[in-house]
Design a protein around this ligand. Structure first.
Ligand code: GLU
Ligand code: ZN
Length: 469
């Protein structure tokens, strides 16, 4: 039997990396087993769900390349179905109407807490007299599931047997007074109707799973196989949240992370390919994926590692492809007026130093704009001695006289200038780097000079010579 799995995000927020990891594991599992991966938008909370968030979730999944099979499903289009099932349960006495308002519930809960009693719904409406019921008949009412006595247990693929005593579960609402279903109810109906075979989701849903199992039992349906994934922690070992920086998938796109790197990184957050393999393409991930190698312990989200991995992926791209990716995240205000050839040369020289696409601008700003100022420490170190000015002056003259401005002639000009002054080339190279780039470190200077070209180089040397006066 081919598995059918799903990802069921709520469009009340962005696609969180945690949800993206859940989506990825489901997707990998479906691909590996030749099954299906379904996307269901859980927009039952009409007030908090927005079409904009739905669009962003879709955009995030598409950007990651986690395409789904079948059409896109919306729970908001299925309200009549949940209602039908709820009425069935009502008829069979498996759920009952609850007329308590939010305020009434809050006040009774407050009293219980003040008396240091644990609160769960007190079944007030289960015990209404026939007369009360008559009086309330036209009032808005929710439907609550009548939780039976006993134990609920299920076999989690990862955690083994999990169990809970029913006395720890309150009669939970399945249909709200506005006629919309709660998450647990809609989820079970849909997972059943879509013939979901495996549910892979976060550990934070274990308490929901017990309630869902109760529903499966009452409907007489076979529950799917559950796998609850450990949480993702931030670097301080608390649950990953906004405090730890970006958590929305599209934030990573903006930061210049490649989707293939994020996929590779997320895959290893709680799963291992074995043999310590770390860089794995999507196909390799599919090939080696199995629920058996999931880890039970929480995974720590290590941003440095993501950057490292991203750097590895950037390095593997062709210059053309890398330029395409950089352009995609937008040239922004730095709209470029340079020819493609020139930009490609800059891409080539920066590539192996880049860890994020945005590094292109950080590392290579001087290729597109004359440096406004020189690095402070650099000034102290390399612009300190009066001789420097003379050296740069001679170099500038040499460069100006060059007919062919290429790596070879550039290097020769620098070396002969150094020889003329009887000094090591480094004493020219360092001040020159500062003059041309405003910085003290960077890629090979000869290459920088060549890419910048004679005109820019001479102009910048002149500026530095004036600065040294
Ligand atoms: N809408 C739920 C969530 O985003 C779905 C959980 C589930 O996979 O059942 O957490
Ligand atoms: Zn009630």
């Amino acid at each position: 039997m081919k598995p059918i799995v799903r990802i069921a995000p709520s469009p009340t927020g962005f696609l969180h990396v945690g949800t993206a990891r859940v989506a990825l594991y489901n997707w990998l599992f479906a691909k590996k087993e030749g099954g299906k991966f379904i996307l269901r938008i859980e927009d039952t909370d009409i007030k908090r769900s927005t079409a904009e968030m739905t669009d962003l979730i879709i955009e995030s999944l598409k950007w990651l390349g986690l395409e789904w099979d079948e059409e896109l499903y919306f729970q908001s289009k299925r309200f009549h179905i949940y209602k039908k099932y709820a009425e069935e349960l009502l008829r069979d006495g498996i759920c009952y109407p609850c007329y308590c308002t939010h305020n009434e519930l809050e006040s009774r809960k407050g009293i219980a807490i003040a008396q240091k009693k644990a609160w769960k719904y007190d079944r007030k409406c289960l015990n209404l007299s026939d007369e009360d019921k008559k009086g309330l008949a036209r009032m808005p009412r929710a439907l609550r599931f009548f939780v039976p006595e006993g134990k609920i247990e299920f076999d989690d693929k990862l955690h083994g047997k999990l169990e809970k005593d029913c006395s720890d579960i309150e009669d939970f609402v399945i249909l709200k007074s506005d006629g919309t279903p709660t998450y647990n109810f809609a989820c079970v109906i849909d997972d059943h109707e879509f013939k979901i075979t495996h549910i892979i989701r976060g550990e934070d849903h274990i308490s929901n799973t017990f309630k869902q199992i109760l529903l499966y039992q009452k409907f007489g349906w076979e529950p799917p196989i559950f796998t609850h994934l450990p949480l993702i922690l931030g670097s301080d070992r608390s649950k990953l949240s906004k405090r730890h920086g970006a958590i929305s998938v599209l934030d990573y796109r903006e930061q210049g992370i490649l989707p293939e790197a994020l996929i590779n990184f997320l895959a290893l957050l709680g799963w291992s390919a074995g043999e310590d393999r770390e860089i794995l393409s999507k196909d390799e991930l599919i090939d080696s994926f199995s629920l058996e190698r999931l880890s039970k312990t929480p995974a720590v989200f290590d941003y440095q590692k993501l950057e490292w991995m991203n750097g590895e992926y950037i390095n593997k791209l062709s210059d053309e492809e890398l330029l395409k990716r950089i352009s995609k995240i937008g040239f922004g205000s730095r709209e470029l007026n340079f020819d493609r050839e020139y930009i490609l040369k800059v891409v080539a020289i920066l590539k192996e130093r880049m860890r994020k696409l945005t590094d292109f601008w950080e590392l290579g700003a001087y290729f597109f704009k004359e440096p406004k100022e020189y690095d402070k420490e650099g000034i102290e170190k390399h612009f300190k001695y009066p001789e420097t000015q003379k050296r740069l002056l001679l170099l500038e003259t040499r460069f100006s006289g060059l007919k062919d401005f290429n790596l070879e002639t550039i290097e020769k000009a620098i070396r002969t200038t150094a020889e003329e002054f009887g000094i090591k080339a480094a004493l020219i190279i360092h001040p020159m780097r500062l003059a041309l780039t405003g910085r003290t470190v960077g890629p090979s200077l000869f290459h920088i000079v060549e890419i910048l070209g004679k005109e820019r180089v001479v102009k910048r040397l002149n500026k530095a010579i004036k600065f040294l006066r």
